[in-house]
Design a protein around this ligand. Structure first.
Ligand SMILES: Cc1cc2nc3c(=O)[nH]c(=O)nc-3n(C[C@H](O)[C@H](O)[C@H](O)COP(=O)(O)OP(=O)(O)OC[C@H]3O[C@@H](n4cnc5c(N)ncnc54)[C@H](O)[C@@H]3O)c2cc1C
Length: 303
């Protein structure tokens, strides 16, 4: 296993913000992943599982504990017709393109989501009218409270919009099994490509970001629309700003701190509340030290 001490976390997140972790580990096998979490649990030391870091705000003060990054666990298998199995660190865009190439339909939605299988399951990641819950059959989870590996079905995980029953501070997604429809590879690849192209046209590129900042309060009333109508595109706080292209995206213009981002999030929340009396809940997870006031932004968000 690769290990580093006092490792900067900004490099491991798409927002490019975050101080140092005491220790950063990159397990190469499922056994190493499970052993690392289990040994930290037994010693009572803090740990955090990191995937692609694409839905995460890390404190600029860093994290006093061990971050375990899954990005070496990328194996994908097609053990029987209609089934894909992928380890936690496999990238969703890669998985979507692989599924399309072997004529498996259902994963086209995930091609523009720059996360991993583990993060995708925890967040019930979705786009283009579909989400992980629609194709997931089961997942292998390491339960750090009992120190055991178990197989959970999709029903066990109780998926909802951008969340499921699993707590990433206790449950480690090790592997996922997807059930998909067999189809013509050419057509599935075409749909996958269309979804990918749509991303390039509609999302900010150039500045680091972490995708959608807030969850949609209702399917027809998206957070982006409410923020746009409330004038949030004007908002900026230090190196952090609301994207001029998409009002639900926060971009790091360079050197933004986590505190600048949380201040901006609060202002975004306030301007939508003032205009529509709707309280937006952040989609992002957090890692590291944040003040009570900063964490109040996540109140009632199922964080
Ligand atoms: C440009 C851009 C576009 C995006 N578009 C979309 C979109 O269309 N739809 C969408 O849903 N999301 C989108 N996202 C957000 C993000 O990509 C998804 O939420 C993704 O599923 C997060 O996966 P990750 O591996 O990066 O998770 P991370 O950010 O690394 O972690 C997120 C949470 O998952 C936990 N976690 C990660 N891996 C594991 C594991 N193996 N076991 C247990 N817990 C784990 C972490 O502890 C953390 O709590 C976008 C992000 C960006 C930057």
């Amino acid at each position: 296993m690769d290990e580093a001490v006092r490792a900067p976390l900004a490099k491991c997140t798409t927002l490019k913000i975050g101080g140092e972790a005491d220790r950063l580990c990159h397990p190469h096998t499922v056994e190493e992943l499970v052993e690392t979490v289990d040994s930290l649990r037994q010693k009572g030391e803090p740990w955090f599982i990191l995937g692609g870091g694409s839905n995460l705000l890390v404190s600029s003060q860093g994290f006093r504990g061990t971050v375990i990054r899954t990005t070496n666990l990328i194996e994908i298998k097609n053990p029987q017709p209609g089934v894909l199995e992928a380890l936690a660190g496999a990238r969703l865009p890669h998985l979507a393109k692989f599924a399309a190439s072997i004529g498996l339909a259902g994963m086209e939605f995930a091609v523009g989501i720059p996360g991993t299988v583990g993060g995708g399951v925890i967040m019930n990641a979705g786009a283009h009218g579909s989400c992980m819950a629609n194709i997931l059959e089961s997942a292998t989870i390491f339960d750090s409270e009992t120190g055991t590996l178990k197989e959970l079905t999709k029903d066990d995980m109780q998926f909802q919009y951008r969340r499921c029953k699993l707590d990433p501070l206790k449950h480690v997604v090790v592997k996922a099994r997807f059930r998909m429809e067999q189809g013509a590879a050419e057509e599935i690849e075409k749909r996958t490509k269309e979804n990918e192209d749509y991303r390039w046209r509609t999302q900010p590129i150039g500045f680091p970001n972490a995708g959608s900042t807030f969850k949609n309060p209702e399917p027809q009333r998206t957070a982006g629309l409410l923020l746009d109508k409330a004038g949030a595109k004007e908002l900026k706080e230090g190196g952090a700003a609301v994207s001029a292209m998409h009002a639900n995206f926060v971009v790091n213009l360079g050197g933004a701190t986590s505190n600048e981002v949380t201040t901006l999030l609060k202002r975004m929340q306030e301007c939508v509340f003032k205009e529509f009396e709707v309280r937006l809940s952040p989609e992002w997870k957090t890692l590291g030290a944040f003040s009570e006031e900063e964490l109040s932004i996540w109140r009632d968000s199922g964080h």
